[in-house]
Design a protein around this ligand. Sequence first.
Ligand SMILES: Cc1cc2nc3c(=O)[nH]c(=O)nc-3n(C[C@H](O)[C@H](O)[C@H](O)COP(=O)(O)OP(=O)(O)OC[C@H]3O[C@@H](n4cnc5c(N)ncnc54)[C@H](O)[C@@H]3O)c2cc1C
Length: 210
Amino acid sequence: MHVETDAGALSGRSAIVTVSAGVLAAQSIQFDPPLPPDTRSGIAGIGMGALTKIGLGFGGERFGLPANSNLWETLGSGASFNFECFPFDRDVVVAYIGGDYARGVVALGEQGALALALERFAGMAGAGARKAFTGGRLHAWSADPYAMGCYSHALPGQAGARASLAKPVAEKLFFAGEATAAGDDGSFGAAMTAGGAFLAGEAAARAAAA
Ligand SMILES: Cc1cc2nc3c(=O)[nH]c(=O)nc-3n(C[C@H](O)[C@H](O)[C@H](O)COP(=O)(O)OP(=O)(O)OC[C@H]3O[C@@H](n4cnc5c(N)ncnc54)[C@H](O)[C@@H]3O)c2cc1C
């Protein structure tokens, strides 16, 4: 196997590719010869969901909300804000938004997303939230070129996609990560988790070393 990267070239007996299914689908990595049909259909059969976090900082004000409490606002079909308030007793509130609504908020850019999240939070916690706001950050994995999404999911009619992607190519090219995280029973029940990604990587490393 020969791998070319911006930082130089590598050669080895086998390779384990651990980028997300979203990055594979975006063809950020080129394979030569092209991947076999099974692997390609596995990649095509997996979508990536969107979950976005917006962190809001507040200067010591708690608005009567206890640490580790939650506020939830439903704005309409598929649109909601879940505010995780003061986790670990820190002066922050983390807004969670998901799906197409999250993709739309991400398109507003960081300042737009922060303004919207603060507006929704102040609507529930009170206008004092605006005064106490010290700044925030948006992290949008769905727009991050190194993630291209948040959680893999098999597309409708593509229940076999994870197994297709998990199949080694010529016993020397392995795909490992949350998308291929099989449980002990081979059901891919560990998919979408960091633990599953670790186990899939470990299993691929064992297979590569065998
Ligand atoms: C908001 C959010 C909350 C989550 N909460 C939880 C949780 O509570 N518990 C849980 O278990 N899981 C959670 N997850 C899921 C968990 O983060 C993922 O399942 C896990 O990170 C997947 O690991 P991975 O190694 O498969 O992929 P990644 O974590 O995506 O790792 C892939 C790596 O490849 C790198 N990469 C990408 N493209 C290239 C390239 N072209 N060249 C070189 N390197 C590249 C990336 O930079 C990255 O380091 C959450 C995910 C999100 C988005």
